[in-house]
Design a protein around this ligand. Sequence first.
Ligand code: ATP
Length: 233
Amino acid sequence: MSVLLQAKDLAAHYGASQALFGVNLSVREGEVVALMGRNGMGKTTTVRTLCRIMRQSGGTIHFAGQDLSQVPSHRAARLGIGLVPEGRRCFPNLNVFENLVAAARINIWSQDWTMESVTALFPRLGERRNQSASSLSGGEQQMLAIGRALMTNPRFLILDEATEGLAPTVRAEIWDAIRQIKASGLSILVVDKSLKELMQIADHCVILERGASVWTGAPVDLGTDIRDRYLGV
Ligand code: ATP
């Protein structure tokens, strides 16, 4: 499998305050990578720099052979990076159908995701197609946020806390959808607090500690010593 995304020695600042001090991670084609670490360790900041919402202040990011250093966020989306941001943002005044249509894009590398395939993945979105996004439950809004990212037909999907704050049954539905998305062959970076599900789906884990990657390996190698030290579980 070839490397799709490679970040080396990433540094990032919020004003004068440094948040990332050297993040290294790579994602191969078709692979699911779990980005882990306790609260405030830099996961969302890493996601923001990968999507170009934030500029890195050091290091490099290569995606599909291209240097992303000077690429603004709208071009990152066009290059095939799909983000499901923390806080599941959708257009509240548009209905489900309009939210999905507004995101739609056909790319040379993928035409897999259409209104039909997204509503097959999340039947509830099909049932609620004429309802405004603001009237959906939290879980349905999360499904819509994932559906919107898929409608861009990305070649790399980033899920930042996609199951946060949801009831266990809804979380299970979202994990089931993520497994189906993985099975479609899409490369995924996933940030989540549910260690058990992450371990089941990830091919590879990267742990952040105070803005730097400190451990990389397969889920089977993530022993209790590493969990105790870096994840506090
Ligand atoms: P969480 O799981 O709590 O979301 P995280 O691992 O995603 O945590 P980040 O949100 O990336 O961590 O935060 C990394 C560091 O950057 C923290 O010290 C945080 O306080 C700081 N930080 C995050 N957002 C901002 C901001 N908008 N302005 C200033 N500092 C910020």
